[in-house]
Write a protein that binds this ligand. Structure first.
Ligand code: XMP
Length: 513
């Protein structure tokens, strides 16, 4: 099945991936391309529409991002958002100027009035809140355009040329703060571009399975399974496509949460794949003995992981393909920026150097995380695997603060399991992005029964976040904290104190190490 495609032309704005996700949520496939992509390359995609994203530039400055003007005579509908709107306006003969302090500069939630005769806003309320973030504004719309929305500060909150299918909005329909924002995107896709809504994970599964069979033929595939969502779904898809030709190597480093290894293994029992579970706990613990510096822990675990995988791969013998669970945000972000390394995230998927193979297959390369989860469900993976929160590659080693021992890991596993169980029981899971327990390196005095204790303190952490770049600590009910605390201290030998972390990121990080 081939599907229709929309191009999201990226001008460097902070919400660009969100735009692409919204389009996909509407059941329309889209690809993000940089604004520098030659027009020929975009034409080859044969898109039904193009969305220009926002961006940090100002269209009237030298060196501002531009597009090939032929894009406007191609006959494909365009929706410009924020910078993308200003760019289109200027390119077609309108006038964009810096907003004055008291006029047309807008940031945040803004009441906006829409022309509901315009196809973008048809059937929607005549006014509502939109999310604005712009320091420039369109003083004059280009010829052929009408003003389709206004706010108190800005008469040109949206412009439209219905005949050509060109629309521009100053606000951000992709962010949740814009009421009916997704409806506006849907109007553009379906009413303007004529989308059929032919993108679904059920369809993707069928196409991907067929394409993988075609590509792999009788070849053999090797995959490093970490138990995370991406590698699990990649494995399930390949299992569906090529069954026994797939070998999944699951390195159990002994740093998993309670029962996790068994759960992963059980989830794959429905496919006739070669599932190799390597119990490498001892190897990892020996290497980690006495190490307390977080970055050294990460490095040791990353390297040992590769050694173990290498040993197993040698036993499997020559393979044709190495499979990886790379997903679309990794593809979009790769090569972008070089932000300071706060923590060197060790990615258990990145192993291509150590194994003899012909080619890499990345069957999730075009999917966003939500789609990966939906595909996992489609393939019959259990809910606890597809809904899994992010779990760091180095596992509990970076949640045992200071040096790592089996005894500490076991204590932490029990405490963490109690926390997770109570959170699930209280129905808090869905609202939170990540929560876990960490074993602090602090011991303190307590009293239990009639005796004095001198045991470890466990810290609980729960956060909400959209992107894990920033996060807020979660306000969970005191009664719940109380239950968790009582249970941990009563049930886990060696822990006599429970702390709750109330630090946002920044200045904290999500993990403690
Ligand atoms: P931080 O602690 O950096 O965490 O605020 C942000 C997100 O990244 C996860 N994380 C890791 N993931 N290897 C990983 O694969 C790592 O070394 C690592 N350290 C942190 C963390 O769980 C959170 O989701």
């Amino acid at each position: 099945m081939s599907h229709q495609t929309v191009i999201v032309l990226d001008f460097g704005g902070q919400y660009n991936q969100l735009i692409a996700r919204r389009v996909r949520e509407c059941g329309v496939y889209c690809e993000v391309r940089p604004y520098t992509a030659p027009l020929g390359e975009l034409r080859a995609v044969n898109p039904i529409g193009i969305i220009f994203t926002g961006g940090p530039g100002s269209v009237y400055l030298d060196g501002a991002p531009r597009v090939d003007p032929d894009i406007f005579t191609w006959g494909v509908p365009i929706l410009g958002i924020c910078y993308g709107c200003q760019l289109m306006a200027q390119a077609l003969g309108g006038r964009v100027v810096p907003a004055q302090e008291d006029c047309a500069r807008e940031y945040g939630k803004t009441e906006t009035f829409f022309d509901t005769g315009c196809r973008l806003f048809r059937g929607l309320p005549e006014s509502g809140i939109t999310w604005m973030s712009h320091g420039d504004y369109m003083e004059r719309a280009p010829e052929g355009f009408t003003l389709a929305a206004r706010s108190a500060a800005c008469p040109s909150a949206a412009i439209a040329d219905e005949a050509r299918g060109f629309y521009g909005v100053q606000f951000h329909p992709e962010v949740n703060h814009t009421g009916h924002g997704t409806d506006m995107i849907r109007r553009f896709l379906f009413d303007v571009c004529g989308a059929a809504g032919d993108w679904s994970m059920e369809g993707y599964k069928r196409t991907a399975v067929a394409a993988l069979r075609d590509k792999i033929g009788a070849g053999r595939v090797l995959l490093a399974l970490s138990g995370g969502v991406d590698s699990s779904v990649a494995a399930a898809l390949l299992a569906e496509a090529v069954g026994e030709q797939l070998t999944c190597v699951f390195v159990d480093h002994g740093l998993m949460r309670k029962n996790e290894g068994d759960e992963v293994e059980a989830a794959f029992s429905r496919w006739a794949v070669n599932f190799v579970r390597v119990n490498a706990e001892d190897r990892f613990l020996i290497k980690l003995a006495g190490v307390d510096e977080p970055e050294r822990k990460r490095k040791i675990i990353g390297e040992e992981f590769i050694r173990v995988f290498e040993d197993e791969a040698k036993k499997v013998g020559a393979v044709d393909y190495l499979a990886q669970g790379t997903i679309y945000p990794d593809v979009i972000e790769s090569g972008a920026g070089d932000a300071a390394v706060i923590k060197s995230h060790h990615n258990v998927g990145g192993l291509p150097d150590c194994v003899d193979f012909k080619e890499i297959v990345e069957p999730l390369r075009l999917l966003f995380k939500d789609e990966v989860r939906a595909l996992g469900r489609e393939l019959g993976l259990p809910e606890y695997l597809v809904e899994r929160q992010p779990f760091p590659g180095p596992g509990l080693a970076i949640r045992v603060i200071g040096d790592v021992t089996k005894e500490k890991l076991d204590m932490l596993r029990e405490a963490d399991a109690i926390f997770r169980e109570e959170m699930a029981r209280a129905g808090e899971e869905a609202r939170l992005s990540q929560f876990f327990a960490a074993l602090t390196n602090m011991r303190s005095v307590g009293v239990m029964g009639d005796g004095r204790t001198y045991d470890y303190a466990v810290a609980l952490r729960a956060v909400t976040t959209d992107d894990f770049m920033t996060a807020d600590w979660a306000r969970i009910p005191y009664e719940l904290l109380d239950r968790v605390s009582v249970r941990i201290v009563n049930e886990v030998r060696g822990i006599n104190r429970v702390l709750y972390d109330v630090t946002a990121k920044p200045p904290g990080t999500v993990e403690f190490e």
